[in-house]
Design a protein around this ligand. Sequence first.
Ligand code: 3H9
Length: 646
Amino acid sequence: MTVTLDRHGSVAVLTIDNPPVNALKTAVRARLFDLAAQIEADASVSAIVLCGAGKLFVGGADIAEFDRPPEDPTLPDLIARIEAATKPWVAAIHGSALGGGLELALACHARVASPGATLGLPEVNLGIIPGAGGTQRLPRLIGLAAAIPVVAERDMLDTTRAAALGLVDRIIDGPLVDGAVAFASGLSTLPTPARSRPLQDPGPAFWEAAAARMSKAAKGQTAPPAALAALRYGLDHAVEAGLRHERETFLSLRSSAESAALRYLFFAERAAPRPAALRGVAPRDIASVGILGGGTMGSGIAAAVRNAGLSVVLSERDPAALEKGLGTVKCIFDAAARRGLSTEAEATARMAGVTGCIGLEGLSGCDLVIEAVFEDLAVKRAVFADLARLCRPEAILATNTSYIDPRAIAEGLPSPDRFIGLHFFSPAQVMKLLEIIPIPDTAPDVLAAAFDLARRLGKVPVQSGICEGFIGNRILKRYRAEAEVMLRTGVSPADIDAAMRGFGYAMGPFEMQDMAGLDISFMNREAARARGENVPETPGDLLVRAGRKGMKTGGGWYDYAAGDRTPRPSDEAQQIIAPLIGPRTSLPADQIVERLVGAMATEGQAILDEGIAASPAEIDLVQVHGYGFPRTKGGPMFQITRKAKP
Ligand code: 3H9
C-alpha cells in the first residue's frame, strides 16, 4: 500500500509509505489524488493530516521516473486538488521534506514539524528547478529574501528556521501525528493557501546581488539562474503565470543532457558506498587511526579522518617533521573555522584529538594505520614490516600509494589479509574520491571497513583493481598523452586548455601540469631511461631541462608573473619545444574536447574489460570526484554512451 488512510475522530490521517524515501512515484500520486477526492466528499471528515512513514516525510519526486514523460496525475494536478480542498490539509513533517515533498507540504493549508527536520528544494543539484510550485508558493510564505537561497542556492531550512520564517506553523515536540491531529482539529477557519498570499518585491539591488552570487556559484550550471528567473517571473507576472513558467522551465530542464548527467551521478554516488559483494559483511571496527607521514598528503588525511570524529595519531621520523606535520593539520582546522565551516571551539577540539609520535611505536594501539610516506617500494616495505610487528593483529594496515603495486608492498607480510590500498587525493580533507584497492589476500571485513570509513569521512569510495595508476591516474596518463599528441601536431597548449575550460574543467591539461610541476614526471621518465627503457624525448623534458618546471619556477608551458598564477602564452616555451612540434595549426574546441574525452573513455573501456573497475559509473565517479571532470557532463563513460545512442 503506497498511502494509508486512518481516522483519528473526524481527522483523516494519510500516511505516504513508499520506502526508502517516500518518493512521489506515479502510484503514490494516483492514490493520493483519489483519496483527496474521496475525503473531500466525506462529510464525516473535518480535516486532513498528511505524513510520511519511516524516517522522513517525503524525499521528493521519484527521480527514477524522470527518464520517462510525466504520467498523470502529475504532482501539480495533485497539488491543485489539495489546495482547492474546502477542508484544511496539514502536512506533518519529520526527517526531511525535500523537492516535491516540500512542494506537497506547501500545497497544504498548514505545516507542523518535529524538531530537527530538514526542509529544502535541492532540485538544482539535479539540473532542474522545482516543477510543482516551489518557486511560487515558498516566497509567498517566507519572502523572497529567504526563498532565493532555498530555491536557487541549495540552502536547507531546519525546523527552527522554518518556523521562524513562517514555513512551519507549529513545532511538535511529542508524537508528531497526535500533535498534528490536535493542531488540525483546532483550526476554526481554512488558512489562506500559500499561493494566495502577497509577495513583496525586495528591489533591484537585491536582485542584482542575487544574480551576481548565482553567476559566481553556479559554475556554468543552468539550473540555479533558471530558478532565480522563475522566482522573478512569478513576482513580475503573478502566481498563475509564474506556475506556468516554472512548469515549462522544469520540463525543459528535465529533458536536458545536463540534468541527465546529474541524475546519473546522483544514483551512482548513492550506490558507490554499498557494493553488492559486501552485502551482509560486517566491517572491522575503526575508532582510532594512525597516519604515517606528516607531509601534505598525510596531514590532509589526518584532518579528514579527525573531521569525521575519529582519533588520530600522526607519526613522523623526527621532532621537526612532526611539528611541521601537526602544524599543517592545525592550519587546516583553523582555516575551516575562519571560513565558517566549523566553530573555533570545534577546531580546538579537533586538534585536541590529534596526537603526534616519533617513530612507529606510538601507532601500535591504532585500529587502522595509513602509510603516506615517500613513493619508494623499499621504504614502504620496511615500514609495513615494522608495523606488522608492532600493531595489534587485527589492526588494518593501509598504503596510500598512487602507483606502486600494493601486492609488492605487502609481499612477505605475516598477515596480508589485513592489508589494503587507500588512495586519497590531495588535498585529502577536501577531495571526495577514495580509491580502495584490495589485494587478493584482503579479508572481506577489511574491505568493508574501508567502505565504511569512506562513508564516515563523507568520501565517494570506488574499488579499483591493480594496474599502473589504478583507475584515476591511468586515465590521467592517457588524457595527458592525447593532449601531447595534439600539441605535437601543432595545436597550442592555450587552445587545448581553453577548449577543456570551455567544456567545464577548472583548468586544462597544460595549466594543470604547470600547477603541479613538470619535474616529477620528468624524473620518472629519466629514471626509466636510466633503467634502459626506451622513453622518447617529450616536449615536457625540453622545458624542464631549460629550467621551466611550471608555476613554481615562473614558467612551464606558460609564463607567470611573480605572485600571479595567471598563465600567459609563452614564446620562450614555444621555441624550446619547437624541435618536437609540427607547424602551428588549430582545431575547433569541440574536436579537442571530443578527442580528449574520447581518449579517457577508451582507456576507461580497457579498464572495464580488464575488470579493474566494476562499472562505467564508477569510472565516472573517479573522474568527477578526483580529477575535476565537470559534474554537469557526467563523466567520460557517460559522454561516450550518450553519443553512441541513436
Ligand atoms: C523533485 O522533487 C522535482 C519536483 O520539484 C517536481 C516534480 C514535478 N527519487 O540518499 P540515500 C533513493 S526532484 C528516487 O542513501 P539517506 C536513493 O537512490 C527530487 N530515489 O538515503 C537510494 O537508493 P538505493 C528532489 C531516491 O537516508 C535510497 O533512496 N529531492 C530519491 O542518506 C536511499 O537514499 C531530492 O533531490 C528520489 N527523490 O538520505 C532529494 N531520493 O538504496 C534527494 C533518494 O537503491 N534525496 N532515493 O541506493 C536525498 O537527498 C536523500 O536521499 C534523502 C535521504 C535526504 C532523502
